[in-house]
Ligand binder design. Structure first.
Ligand SMILES: Cc1ncc(COP(=O)(O)O)c(C=O)c1O
Length: 300
């Protein structure tokens, strides 16, 4: 796989920056823009392109093996990349009980894109970053020679790939906000921003462990902490994939106001957090706030 093969997929880069009128922001003198990473590529949407592209090049045609839950956006994107680039892919899926059940639409899509699935029990899956557990997983999947990408796709190359997101926004925003799962996208974004810009991360998982993880990712990718950044841990709504009627209503209202589809697991919580923050007066009048649209709604 070369960068020429990837360029042939014609990613829309830099992704568009779209200013929108939202009275909750304009009332406070704050300008809101959407960084439309969801428009980069129809199959490798949003942060998936930025994270996978450098890994696809590094895999150099070897089988690419990665990990995810039964509804993982990352597994679907990896499978799609395999189909588009003619690269074999293996998806290690959390939960061996799923092996005997009909595939959900997300996993069925992975299979139709050519991904081979290997179901792993939850306790082994939890230990997948330990070398001995990883080796056992690779052996059981018949993929000892595979190029391994971690769950969520956040390794040093992926974080370096996400630095371009920050670089594209230099001079164009004061605060750039992104939803965080593993924190890899955010770690790269924060490193790519210029002087005077700050990155704001909205974790969608409960736990409060992410600051240390992001520092670790930045150390691995860049040799140390980079950029001005902070997390706001108040908008996870109880944890991954958890929602409330209030969040659902907010998201539908946002879609109606602005005519953009809002991805529910990450982007909805980011936008909710930004509206709550602007209403608290957290952004100075005159400031430019950018929300990174890291994904598109999954249409099944
Ligand atoms: C749509 C979307 N936004 C944001 C993220 C968070 O990315 P990261 O794991 O790099 O924090 C993900 C995770 O894969 C995602 O699917």
């Amino acid at each position: 796989m070369t960068s020429t093969d990837l360029a042939a997929l014609r990613p829309r880069l830099p992704s568009p920056l779209q200013e929108i009128e939202d009275d909750r922001f304009t009332r406070r003198g704050v300008r809101l823009s959407l960084k439309r990473d969801d428009l980069i590529h129809p199959d490798l949407v949003g942060n998936k392109w930025r994270k996978l592209a450098p890994n696809l090049t590094a895999a150099a045609g070897r089988t690419l093996l990665t990990f995810g839950g039964a509804y993982s956006n990352h597994l679907r994107a990896t499978a799609a990349a395999g189909r588009l680039l003619g690269l074999p892919t293996v998806g290690v899926v959390r939960g061996d009980e799923l092996a005997d059940r009909p595939l959900n639409p997300s996993l069925a899509r992975c299979v139709s894109d050519g991904m081979r699935l290997a179901f792993v029990d939850r306790s082994t899956y939890r230990r997948k970053n330990e070398p001995s557990a990883l080796l056992a997983i690779l052996r059981a999947a018949g993929a000892e020679d595979a190029y391994v990408v971690p769950e969520g796709g956040s390794n040093a190359l992926a974080v370096q790939g996400c630095r371009a997101l920050g670089e594209e926004l230099r001079g164009r925003a004061d605060v750039v906000a992104v939803a965080c799962g593993t924190g890899g996208t955010f770690a790269g974004l924060a490193a790519g921003l210029g002087a005077g810009q700050r990155a704001l991360g909205i974790p969608v998982l409960k736990g409060g462990f992410l600051t240390a993880d992001i520092e670790g990712l930045q150390r691995e990718a860049f040799g140390g902490r980079r950029g001005e950044w902070a997390l706001d841990d108040r908008f996870h709504f109880g944890g991954y994939a958890r929602t409330t009627p209030q969040l659902d209503a907010f998201t539908e209202d946002f879609e109606g106001r602005h005519g953009v589809g809002v991805e529910r697991l990450y982007v909805a919580k980011l936008l909710y957090g930004l509206v709550a923050l602007v209403e608290e007066g957290a952004f100075k009048p005159g400031s430019r706030v950018t929300a990174v649209i890291t994904g598109a709604p999954y249409d099944g």
